[in-house]
Design a protein around this ligand. Structure first.
Ligand SMILES: Nc1ncnc2c1ncn2[C@@H]1O[C@H](COP(=O)(O)OP(=O)(O)O)[C@@H](O)[C@H]1O
Ligand SMILES: [Mg+2]
Length: 420
């Protein structure tokens, strides 16, 4: 079986690593891929949004299955385009609006009584600013469309909120993505990520994870794409999970049926747990990065069989088995990230890694792996306990080196030192 994975991040390297474990897989191609997928699979030099080139490659190479990793091609309708010619894993364009439009996803949640922050949406900047008068602060301002994780502002004051509205709606900092904004109530709590497999027959949660978004230890400093993750997420107690099942997962599944949304793929649910009550912050329509690294390392079952079941609407017929062992993933970043940083630094020590180093911003040239992005690697380890997983991951962090290497030293500590 020949598989094409679309994307170039740590998520795609992890999916390739997991799919490769099935002996039915003869070759895996990644478009455009990174330094890690160049080693473990075959990179092809096609951009994730070049639908014509992707389609031509699929036909020429007789690809049997396509897995679409990132949100941009999903929102642009890659799955609708490919479905007539090949088996493809990922939601169609209509369903991808759950990530492509925050207003669309809030309407969905409201319509189906899924707990979420109270909100209003605006296409007129004057009305948005007018509305801010009646708000309590902090308040959350979100650009409606895709903004590569940068389109959310937590405004501490009305002046900050007005500035955010101006930047998004008038200056068009995020282009068309800011043509509409969602203004929502600030929820104070602890976040967790719950990825789910979805088809028409079932919606099955994976093991929950938590990520560390900020650049500095102690959850301080500016937000990044994610500096590390761990799974399980102790905030999702069995009691909280019961509420998630009844108030969120069951209602999403029913909502998909009622609204005629034929979702097939991964639905990522961003949760905020407020005094033991789960709320949905947002949906993504694909595997999260770097949550995927931690979650798929705990998956005992074969990923290919799950993906095939989803494509055929047979998810309800299969068993998915998870390891109880915790996993920790520590991100190694380029010095300066999330601000300006330099690329093309030689990475050493990858051959001495005892656990797993998933590549994100890397590039392979003449047998040498170079840095090629802000988040360079996700170093992940599984342990009998969370502490063991942390120690194993950090031992590998020490053997890998490149100029400017930066990482947080406290990934997973939050879960280790929870007040009980
Ligand atoms: N209503 C809210 N209350 C508190 N924090 C929020 C709220 N909405 C979003 N956030 C914070 O902002 C982050 C980004 O928001 P999110 O909706 O996930 O958008 P995106 O991932 O597209 O940037 C969240 O992970 C959370 O930390
Ligand atoms: Mg998010």
């Amino acid at each position: 079986m020949k598989i094409l994975i679309v994307g170039s991040g740590g998520r795609e390297h992890t999916i390739a690593w997991k799919l490769k474990q099935n002996p039915r897989v003869s070759s895996i191609f990644v478009a455009p891929g990174n330094g890690g997928t160049a080693i473990d699979a075959i990179n092809i030099d096609i951009k994730e949004t070049d639908f014509d080139a992707i389609e031509t490659f699929i036909k020429k190479t007789s690809i049997d299955l396509v897995v679409v990793g990132p949100e941009v091609p999903l929102v642009q309708g890659l799955v609708d385009r490919l479905a007539p010619i090949v088996k493809v894993f990922g939601p169609n364009r209509k369903c991808a609006q759950l990530e492509g439009s925050k207003a669309f996803s809030k309407e969905f949640m409201q319509r189906h009584h899924i707990p979420t922050a109270a909100y209003a949406d605006f296409t007129d900047a004057l009305l948005a600013k007018e509305y801010l008068r009646s708000c309590d602060y902090p308040i959350v301002i979100k650009a409606d469309g895709l903004a590569a994780g940068k389109g959310v502002v937590i405004a501490e004051s009305k002046a900050d909120a007005i500035k955010a509205i101006k930047d998004m709606m008038e200056t068009r900092q995020f282009g068309d993505a800011g043509g509409k904004v969602v203004i929502e109530q600030f929820l104070r709590g602890e976040e967790a990520s719950l990825l789910t497999f979805v088809d028409r027959s079932a919606l099955i949660p994976m093991v929950p994870a938590q990520d560390h978004k900020t650049i500095f230890d102690g959850d301080r400093g500016p937000n990044t794409g994610g500096m590390g993750t761990y799974s399980p997420a102790p905030i999702i107690s069995p009691e909280v999970m019961n509420k998630v099942q009844t108030n969120i997962l069951d209602r999403i599944q029913k909502g998909f049926h009622q609204d005629g949304l034929d979702f097939r793929g991964v639905l990522f649910i961003g949760l905020m747990i407020v005094s033991g009550e789960p709320y949905v912050l947002e949906f993504n329509v694909r595997f999260g990065d770097p949550e995927t690294q931690s979650v798929l390392m705990r998956l005992e079952s074969d990923l290919l069989s799950i993906i095939e079941a989803v494509c055929d609407d047979k998810l309800s017929t299969i068993d998915i088995v998870w390891s109880d062992d915790p996993v920790v993933c520590v991100v190694l970043a380029s010095g300066g990230y999330p601000g300006a940083f330099e690329n093309h630094k030689v990475i050493t020590g990858l051959d001495k890694v005892m656990n797993l180093a998933f590549h994100a911003g890397t590039k392979l040239a003449d047998g040498i792996v170079y840095t090629n992005g802000g988040r360079v690697l996700g170093v992940a380890a599984r342990g009998k306990t969370l502490e063991e997983a942390i120690n194993k991951a950090y031992a590998d962090v020490e053997v890998i080196d490149f100029e400017g290497k930066y990482f947080r030293r406290d990934i997973g500590q939050k879960a280790l030192h929870r007040p009980s």
